[in-house]
Design a protein around this ligand. Structure first.
Ligand code: EPU
Length: 343
């Protein structure tokens, strides 16, 4: 059933745990309910903002409009051949529940994305990625509803125009006009694993598993969860939104000049002309890893993550992140940008 609440807190709808009110909060379970809301949308306070589980959001002030949230659930097999299985998944399914389903059903592709907070709807907007895998490698088709016309529109993977932490749904002309309702993902039935990134192999070895042929999906999932737990705080214990910043991509020329100053700088090559530099490393270099400002801190194990030490206001988070941007720019001449959406 559609749930409509007025003047209610968004504390449970953002993983930073910021207690801000919204004028209206609507949650729906089905496409029919969503359609009804959209047809009658003039009844509700504006602007309308659709959110997932709020793992990438910072509400900086009381929200004067309507927050919409999908509770469309369900994981259904819609196609299968000798090598692949395609699943249609509701936008409100927790991303990690889908990963767990895939691991249990021997479907390859999502295991490196274990334990990422958030919902399926947001996964395709944000192009979530970790440990050498991005969700864009799995997406076949995205079903959306237009907020303007209440019509259904499908987007192929190519139309989603995926890039690092980017998609067409973040384009200013598209953003806010479409609501993701279902996603079709294609997984492999063949034993195809990605173990090259950073600590995966050493984690598997520490779990007494070093023969690639023996490695199961379940072991990879366990290894990824163990790596993440070492570095990333659980939002239920310490409010946070995962990586606060996107890793900046710099030109080859800029990269070479940085490398001559910082020979041990980590980096990921994108192509011949562009290199990604970890923002967490830069924040550590400016001496802010583990430091706090008021009720907000840079996480001690991963400097890309800002944490609410308890009772932080959005303003405190904003002050700290803007300070970090300034200091990183002063030292490295690189402007870093938040990955988190500030509303
Ligand atoms: N590093 C430091 N100090 C730090 C953090 C990182 O020196 O405090 C260095 C690491 O030693 C490593 C490099 O920076 O050489 C990269 O670090 P890490 O592997 O931890 O990954 P990241 O670039 O900081 C990205 C994603 C994460 C994802 C990891 C693993 C972004 C914005 N973040 O972080 O995603 O889990 O890679 O693949 O791309 C998220 O989006 O919320 C998220 C957690």
């Amino acid at each position: 059933m559609t749930s409509i609440k007025y003047n209610t807190s968004l504390k449970e709808y953002n993983t930073f745990g910021i207690d801000v009110p919204t004028k209206c909060l609507i949650e729906y379970d089905t496409l029919d309910q969503l359609e009804e809301i959209l047809i009658e949308k003039d009844k509700y306070p504006t602007p309308i903002l659709h959110v997932g589980s709020g793992s990438n959001l910072l509400f900086s002030k009381p929200y004067v409009g309507t927050i919409l949230h999908s509770r469309i659930l369900g994981i259904k097999e819609i196609a299968r051949d000798d090598e692949t299985v395609t699943l249609r998944v509701g936008a409100g399914v927790l991303w990690d529940d889908l990963v767990s389903y895939c691991v249990d059903n021997h479907l390859y592709g999502a295991e490196n994305l274990s334990n990422i907070p958030g919902e399926v709807g947001a996964s395709v907007v944000q192009n979530i990625g970790a440990y050498g895998v991005e969700v864009s490698q799995l997406v076949r088709r995205v079903q959306t509803y237009s907020l303007d016309t209440a019509q259904v529109r499908y987007w192929t993977n190519e139309e989603c125009n995926y890039g690092y932490r980017n998609s067409i749904f973040k384009n200013p002309e598209i953003r806010g006009h479409y609501i993701v309702t279902y996603v079709d993902y294609r997984f492999s039935l063949l034993h195809r694993v990605t173990l090259e990134y950073g600590a995966i192999k050493s984690q598997l070895q520490s779990m007494n598993c070093s023969d690639v042929k023996e490695i199961t999906l379940s072991l990879i999932r366990q290894a990824i969860i163990a790596i993440r737990k070492k570095k990333l705080p659980d939002p239920k214990e310490l409010g946070n939104a995962g990586s606060f910043f996107v890793n900046p991509i710099v030109s080859e020329e800029k990269y070479q000049s940085l490398l001559s100053r910082y020979p041990s700088m980590p980096s990921y090559r994108i192509d011949d002309l562009r290199v990604k530099i970890p923002a967490g490393w830069m924040i550590e270099q400016i001496g802010w890893k583990g430091k706090s400002m008021g009720n907000v801190a840079v996480h001690k194990d991963q400097a890309l993550v800002l944490i609410n030490l308890g009772g932080a206001s959005a303003q405190e988070i904003i002050e700290l992140y803007q300070y970090l941007i300034k200091k990183v720019e002063e030292k490295f001449g690189i402007i870093i940008y938040p990955e988190v959406n500030i509303i």
